[in-house]
Write a protein that binds this ligand. Structure first.
Ligand SMILES: [Fe+2]
Length: 214
């Protein structure tokens, strides 16, 4: 458990530092970020459903019910990202799905099916702690730049995720070392993949701008 907490602090802390230097005042960068967010968030309910369906009645009923509840809470969250994007004047078609966005979520299907359905907790925990730490200050900054109507995804996640983190921590305390190990591995992997995605968003936005001006 200690290893998991350390990995979590390290990975979120790392991104928290680099988030501050990202070009959020560049509208195209933020729009691309929202489009990529849409592409991975639309898998959240699917991943939770897949994982929930693989948890057994005898020993994992509490976890099964918890995942179902969480699934309901995540429903339609991809629409928040689309609406924000629309209010900025874009649609997801303006920003195709990046390779690194697929790297981020595709492996989750493999881990659930072939390793342990609880592996998904590493991905969830990473995203929730990230939201808890980054969303409130970032949402404030972006609301000042683009208006509240273009920042609903970050506003909602800054408000909701502290409660999710609390619930996730309770759940983790009930798990044995083998599951915690798989969850920790996934958390570290998800963090590395998310970093890559943020870098590719920054690079692809710069390339698109260069193409337009060249
Ligand atoms: Fe969400």
């Amino acid at each position: 458990m200690q290893k998991l907490k350390m990995a979590l602090n390290q990975s979120v802390g790392q991104l928290q530092n680099s988030y501050e230097s990202m070009p959020w005042d560049n509208k195209e960068f933020y729009a691309n970020y929202l489009a990529q967010t849409f592409y991975y968030v639309r898998h959240s309910t699917r991943l939770l459903a897949l994982s929930a369906g693989r948890l057994d009645y005898e020993n994992q009923q509490n976890l099964h019910l918890r995942f179902l509840k969480h699934l309901g809470e995540e429903a339609n969250h991809e629409r928040l990202a689309i609406n924000d994007l629309k209010n900025l004047g874009y649609t997801p078609k303006d920003y195709p799905e990046l390779n690194s966005t697929r790297f981020f979520y595709e492996g989750q299907y493999y881990k659930i099916e072939h390793k342990d359905p609880l592996a998904l907790m590493g991905y969830i925990l990473y995203l929730e702690v990230l939201a808890q730490n980054i969303c409130p200050p970032l949402a404030k900054k972006l609301t000042g730049l683009y208006g509240k109507k273009a920042v609903s995804f970050l506003l909602v996640h800054g408000e909701e995720d502290p409660h999710h983190v609390e619930e996730a921590q309770k759940l983790l305390a009930s798990l044995g070392p083998p599951a915690i190990e798989i969850i920790t591995e996934n958390l570290i992997q998800s963090s590395a993949a998310f970093d890559l995605m943020m870098k590719e968003i920054e690079e692809s936005t710069a390339v698109a701008k260069w193409r337009k001006t060249a």
